[in-house]
Design a protein. Structure first.
Ligand SMILES: *[C@@H]1O[C@H](CO)[C@@H](O)[C@H](O)[C@H]1NC(C)=O
Ligand SMILES: *[C@@H]1O[C@H](CO)[C@@H](O)[C@H](O)[C@H]1NC(C)=O
Length: 255
């Protein structure tokens, strides 16, 4: 049994040392061929909603999100607010349509990398923790489940990258990702917001949903930072695992 385990470990090590490459089903493109990259990315989203574990591509359909402190006012005065999202799961990336890709040249640092796309409905489900004081007299101290729906969610991502060498191979490292987001509507529901008063809970949720634009404007910087980590987590592992040049056709290859 022991030698069997040894063989198993050696095989694993051997496989682990091999460079990972994309499955043949993913169509490769020439460097900088934005049109081809858009088609290939969309085919990948359609064909692999559950990701590609061999190349560290996470599932698009169910993506756990790290806990996020969205509001943390200093707790003084008549009105302050603390709001944290916990155990959140992101649903809906599998329905993304990539509309434009720029950059990804042979020298990926030569031109700006941009990825544009849209998602009909992006959903966040999980728990929340809220504390605060509203209107000088209502104290809030609640936790429960939350659901957020972002409808017709459009994103533009701008990436700054550098190249790292490992075993004489070039790997792409993203050191900055700036998201820009537009949406048609944000629907949110916080369960149990006033634990003792269901009517008030409904009223505050309705208030939020009627005035979502104001809340979006107020919270946008924090939400953008959250999306930055979410988008990064979607593809940084892929670039970590697969050498940059293995993602593209060599110059002499035809399409
Ligand atoms: C919220 O901000 C205060 C300072 O303003 C800080 O002491 C506290 O640690 C922050 N809370 C969390 C959970 O980071
Ligand atoms: C993604 O699209 C499928 C098929 O149209 C749909 O059933 C699913 O609900 C969508 N996902 C989300 C989160 O809306």
């Amino acid at each position: 049994m022991r030698s069997l385990a040894y063989v198993a470990i050696s095989v694993q090590l051997f496989v682990g040392l091999q460079c990972q490459s994309l499955p043949a089903k993913v169509k490769k493109c020439h460097y900088g061929d934005g049109k081809c990259l858009v088609e290939s990315a969309n085919a990948l989203l359609r064909n692999f909603p559950k990701g590609i574990p061999e190349v560290n591509l996470k599932p698009f359909n169910v993506l756990p999100v790290r806990d996020w402190l969205l509001v943390n006012d200093s707790q003084v005065g008549g009105a302050w607010y603390f709001f944290e999202l916990l155990n959140q799961i992101n649903y809906g990336f599998e329905n993304t349509t990539i509309t434009e890709i720029r950059g990804f040249d042979k020298d990926p640092t030569a031109t700006r990398i941009e990825i544009h796309g849209k998602i009909p409905r992006l959903v966040y489900k999980g728990d929340y923790l809220a504390k605060g004081r509203m209107l000088w007299f209502v104290d809030i101290n609640s936790h429960g489940t939350s659901e957020s729906d972002f409808l017709n969610f459009r994103f533009d991502l701008t990436l700054k990258v550098r190249i790292e060498y490992r075993n004489n191979k070039r790997y792409l490292k993203i050191y900055e990702l700036v998201p820009n987001i537009r949406l048609d509507r944000w629907i949110m529901w916080l369960d149990n917001f006033f634990p003792d008063n269901e009517d008030l809970t409904i009223a505050i949720n309705n208030l939020f949903n009627r005035n979502w634009v104001e809340f979006w404007n107020e919270l946008e910087p924090g939400i953008l930072s959250l999306f930055e980590t979410v988008f990064l987590s979607l593809f940084e592992d892929l670039f970590e695992k697969v050498p940059y040049d293995d993602l593209f056709l060599a110059d002499e290859d035809s399409k």
